[in-house]
Structures are given as C-alpha cells and as structure tokens.
Design a protein around this ligand. Structure first.
Ligand SMILES: Cc1cc2nc3c(=O)[nH]c(=O)nc-3n(C[C@H](O)[C@H](O)[C@H](O)COP(=O)(O)OP(=O)(O)OC[C@H]3O[C@@H](n4cnc5c(N)ncnc54)[C@H](O)[C@@H]3O)c2cc1C
Ligand code: FES
Length: 333
C-alpha cells in the first residue's frame, strides 16, 4: 500500500499497488476529476511532484507527448509502487455517492436485444449499489485493460448489475463477452463510476437520447425516473436511433414500465433507407428538434451513444440554449 499526498490540498490517501491513482482516490470519497476511466478523455491528469508512477495503458489516447514531458500522468492509468506526491484539483462534482469497489460478477443470464446488442446479467460477490445512468469497468477474461459499460437496470441493494452491450466488429472485449463467456463464468467488475446519473431533484420533463451502444444508461435513467417518487409529475421521452430497423431495441423493455404511452413515450428512428421500416427517419437530434424545438431548454436532457451522435446532440443543446446544468452525458470511446 502506497501513500499519495496532495500537498496543495493538505490531504493524502492510500493506493494499493494493483489499483490506479484515480480509482483509489474515488474509493476514498475524494472528487478526483475524470470521465471515461479508460485512458481516452484526458480529464484525469495529475502532475507527479515526487515518487514514481507506471502507466497501465502506455498508448492512452488521452496522454500526449507534452504531458509526458511535463511529468503529467492519467489518474485512471497511473499505478504506484511507493509513496508519491501529486498535484491535482479535486471537485465535489466527481465524488461518488456509492464508493466504487472491485468485485467479482457471475454471469446469470444473457438475452439478445438486437442482432448485435445483448444484455448480460451479473450477480455480484459483494453487493454494490449504483445510481441510474452510472457505469462500471468490466475485465473480460484474457483481454488487456478494462472496458467501460453502463448498467441498464436499477437497484437498491446492488446485488445484480445488468449491461446492454453492442458487439464491436473484431472488438477485443466484446469478442470475448459475446463469443466466449458462458452462464456461470465470472468477470472482474469495478464501479460504479460516472456523473451522468439521474437527477431526481430536477423538476423538469426528461428527454433521453440514445444511439446504438448508448441504450443501456438511458434505459437505466428511464427506469429510475419511473420509480422516483419525486419525478412522478414529469413526462419521460425516449428517442432511440439506429441505422436500420434491425438495430432498434428498447420498446419491449419500456412497454413493461408503468405509464408507458401516458407519461412515458418512445420514439424509435432509423437513419438510412429501409423498406421494412414504417416509423420515423432521421438522426436522434433531428427527431428531438422536430418533437420539442424551443421546449428543449426546459427539459432535463440525458444522452449516450457513439461520438458522432454525442457531438450532434451537444451542438443541438447549445443551439437551443439548454443550460448545461440540465444536460448529462458521459462520452463513450
Ligand atoms: C463511460 C462509458 C460507458 C460505456 N457504456 C457502454 C455501454 O453501455 N454499452 C456498450 O456497448 N458500450 C459502452 N461503451 C463503449 C465500450 O466501453 C467499448 O468501447 C466497446 O465495447 C469496445 O470494446 P472492444 O474491446 O470490443 O472493442 P475494441 O475495438 O477492441 O476496443 C476499443 C476500445 O478499447 C479501448 N482500449 C484498447 N486497449 C485498451 C486498454 N489496454 N485499456 C483500456 N481500454 C483500451 C480503446 O480506446 C477503445 O475505446 C462505453 C464507454 C464508455 C467510455
Ligand atoms: S483518460 Fe482517465 S478518465 Fe478519461
């Protein structure tokens, strides 16, 4: 166990040699800045003042040559073997209500939602609660590094975490999860993480926007919103986009929730020509514009999906002057 000191904040925390600096800080309830947890966004940088650090993922896209020359490391990838002093600014925004923990998950069920999206259900060795919309790290057996996946269920006990995962062509982690993992097998899980969780204190109608791999967190947010007594007067709108009819999922899950068709509405849309499709066509941000226009500024907006979709939605919320405090997303990489 090493001690990490932050002299400017006059505090320190313990970090196991098998943990990363970021995750150890979050496990201690500290607000270490981050977003993706997998070395891509660069939000978790700190400066090393004293001591030695090794980087788990040496090809991290978020770690530049300039960072290396300035003695800056990514907290989500940095491991220590001895005591260190670092410089970083904590913010309460990053503190986790439920402290992240490393646990083992046993696969109890799988269900195909589309041709390439599958729900994986894990029972945890130690229950860990999470907020609707948060994510965890999955260590797929034999795959280097962890991958981030959002939980799709809601839970008070935290005994089971469900993930809706889209298979990536030739993907390392999804290849193992889809093609090798069997019921009864175990994986390493670490979580919960992420700031794009349901705000139950926000008295506004809710808009969830998801494309492809972004289904899971938006399903969790919707389930959480339906369950939250504080939100019972609010409408919930869910727009889900895919390329073709066979990419669309979510309707059966949402239909099973109370209030479907009354306060909860689902708008599936596809973005390419498909003769079998009779519903809406266009990108999710276009559908949101058509349906809500100026009213977007009065909604609590959650979104998740591939980077191109996230960029388009971000531009849309800026165009409609939605206050950023009402907009919640964790960028997918
Ligand atoms: C916050 C967050 C939440 C997400 N939630 C979901 C979700 O709910 N459902 C879903 O389907 N997808 C989700 N994703 C995307 C998912 O994490 C993976 O990017 C995707 O499944 C690719 O995995 P792969 O290994 O099969 O593909 P690959 O193409 O083999 O891997 C690509 C991804 O792995 C990263 N990577 C490569 N090597 C390493 C390493 N050593 N350590 C860590 N990362 C590495 C790459 O940067 C890239 O992001 C989420 C991503 C983030 C950041
Ligand atoms: S690079 Fe560390 S949190 Fe994204």
């Amino acid at each position: 166990m090493a001690k990490i000191e932050i002299p400017s904040a006059n505090l320190s925390f313990d970090c196991g040699t098998d943990d990363t600096v970021l995750r150890a800080a979050l496990r201690h309830g500290l607000g270490f800045p981050y977003e993706c947890n997998v070395g891509s966004c660069g939000n978790c940088k700190f400066e090393l003042l004293e001591g030695e650090v090794t980087h788990e993922r040496t090809d991290s896209p978020g770690w530049t040559e300039r960072d290396k020359s300035k003695n800056r490391y990514l907290g989500c990838q940095a491991k220590v073997s001895g005591d260190c002093k670092i410089k970083v600014s904590f913010r309460d925004h990053y503190k986790s209500e439920h402290l992240p923990q490393k646990v083992t998950g046993t696969l109890t069920a799988i269900e195909d939602l589309t041709h390439d999206i599958r729900e994986f259900r894990f029972h945890l060795s130690t229950p860990v609660p999470f907020l609707p919309g948060q994510y965890a790290l999955i260590y797929a057996p034999g795959v280097e590094g962890a991958r981030a996946y959002s939980m799709g269920n809601t839970t008070t006990t935290g005994s089971d975490w469900h993930f809706q995962i889209k298979k990536v062509p030739n993907g390392a982690a999804t290849g193992v999860l889809f093609d090798k993992l069997k019921i009864g097998d175990t994986v390493g899980l670490d979580g919960p993480y992420g700031m794009a969780y349901l705000r139950t204190e926000a008295p506004r109608d809710i808009l969830c926007l998801a494309g492809g791999s972004g289904l899971s967190p938006m399903i969790s947010i919707t389930r959480g919103a339906v369950e939250a007594a504080a939100l019972k007067g609010q409408k919930i709108h869910f727009i889900y986009g895919g390329r073709a009819a066979r990419d669309i999922a979510g309707e059966a899950i949402l239909k099973a929730l109370p209030g479907y068709g009354e306060r909860l509405h689902f708008y599936p849309a596809i973005s390419s020509e498909d003769a079998t499709w009779t519903g809406r066509t266009g990108f999710v941000h276009d559908i949101a514009r058509e349906l809500f226009g100026e009213s977007l500024a009065n909604m609590e907006i959650y979104f998740a999906g591939p980077p191109a979709m996230a960029d388009a939605v971000t531009r849309m919320v800026v165009e409609y002057k939605v206050p950023m405090a009402q907009v919640h997303y964790d960028q997918f990489y």
